[in-house]
Design a protein around this ligand. Sequence first.
Ligand SMILES: *[C@@H]1O[C@H](CO)[C@@H](O)[C@H](O)[C@H]1NC(C)=O
Ligand SMILES: *[C@@H]1O[C@H](CO)[C@@H](O)[C@H](O)[C@H]1NC(C)=O
Ligand SMILES: *[C@@H]1O[C@H](CO)[C@@H](O)[C@H](O)[C@H]1NC(C)=O
Length: 389
Amino acid sequence: MGYTSIKVSVITLGYFFMLFVTFTSILNPIFASKICEFPAIFNLGDSNSDTGTLSAAFTPPKSPNGDTYFHMPSGRFSDGRLIIDFVAKSFNLPFLSAYLDSLGTSYTHGANFASARATIRFPSPIIPANGGYSPFYLDVQYQQFMQFKERSQIIRKQGGKFAKLMPKEEYFREALYTFDIGHNDIGAGIFSNMSIEEVKASVPDIVDTFSIYVKNIYESGGRSFWIHSTGPIGCLAYVLTAFPSAEKDSAGCAKEYNEVSRYFNYKLKEAVSQLRKDLPLAALTFVDLYPVKYSLFAEPKKYGFELPLIVCCGYGGKYNFSDDAPCGETIAVNNTKMVVGSCDNPSVRVNWDGSHYTDAANKFVFDRISTGEFSDPPIPLSMACRRNA
Ligand SMILES: *[C@@H]1O[C@H](CO)[C@@H](O)[C@H](O)[C@H]1NC(C)=O
Ligand SMILES: *[C@@H]1O[C@H](CO)[C@@H](O)[C@H](O)[C@H]1NC(C)=O
Ligand SMILES: *[C@@H]1O[C@H](CO)[C@@H](O)[C@H](O)[C@H]1NC(C)=O
């Protein structure tokens, strides 16, 4: 092929590309839009997105938590980053500081209200009771957010060294509001004496309660919402260990517990559709994490993972997990003290500590959900400010 024909084909290609862009822009305004520039993120949720709340309020998770990425405990229940960390990074924003963390924190680009063990509904029992849930359940997280919204602006107006650690007033309208909560409401149900049918029957009320808080934040001025579904709870070692006789699927996950997760997600998706009708100025994206997380259990090798059901940092039993031997704690085995440490290569593992995912698994999930392939509407994270009703 001579020089001229190369030039011609480049021009032709360019022409077709322009035609393509023009057509897709007309047909779908999403492609015409620029990517969103969120100056801040405000997050509400449970341990799947807690970057330091429970740690600051009660006891920090111990090493090897944090070892892979932070090289020390970071307030997260993982060896490294959580999905919310990858979300923040994708917008070139710093990792979110927990609102309750009073040490070395900056809220210039958002704040994190998520707490490990948090539920949507009022929980029972509450930490420090044995097996307790977080006192910072969704209603409290929302109250904290409202207090933060008001007091951060008072501090900005006062000036001085704390002012620049606070978000600008307009950031509350321009921010991305992210949610990852509901997992522990399902957990609370299945670990009570409720039947699976009873747990399922509780889902509509859980989801209705969730919707109230999205509406409240909308009323306070929030416009862009990125809402995660819940993962396959029946694939996690803490559930598999507690219910050893549960019927398993081909991935080795407990079928009926996963059914509850999927039912929750179905109702949540429905609720988000309704919110899209009720909140005319909101861009609401429902993001279904379930199929992505489940693929790690169903086809681990395909994605470079191994032993997805087995806990990396745990001890005992079929799944290397026991309630008496939490990751990072010192336990006595045969009268010898031993620290529950990490497996050799957490970068190929899925389950970190029995109920949480590894840095590698969280990155895998983020990479897939950020494209929009698992979202309703199917828009990528970078365009989550666009309303596409
Ligand atoms: C479930 O029932 C058993 C036996 O009745 C009881 O010992 C246990 O405390 C109950 N568990 C919960 C979470 O209510
Ligand atoms: C503890 O003792 C049992 C029985 O002697 C043995 O099978 C097991 O390997 C020991 N565990 C450790 C961690 O040494
Ligand atoms: C089980 O957990 C221990 C830490 O207590 C770790 O050393 C070991 O590698 C884990 N086993 C597997 C198969 O990951």
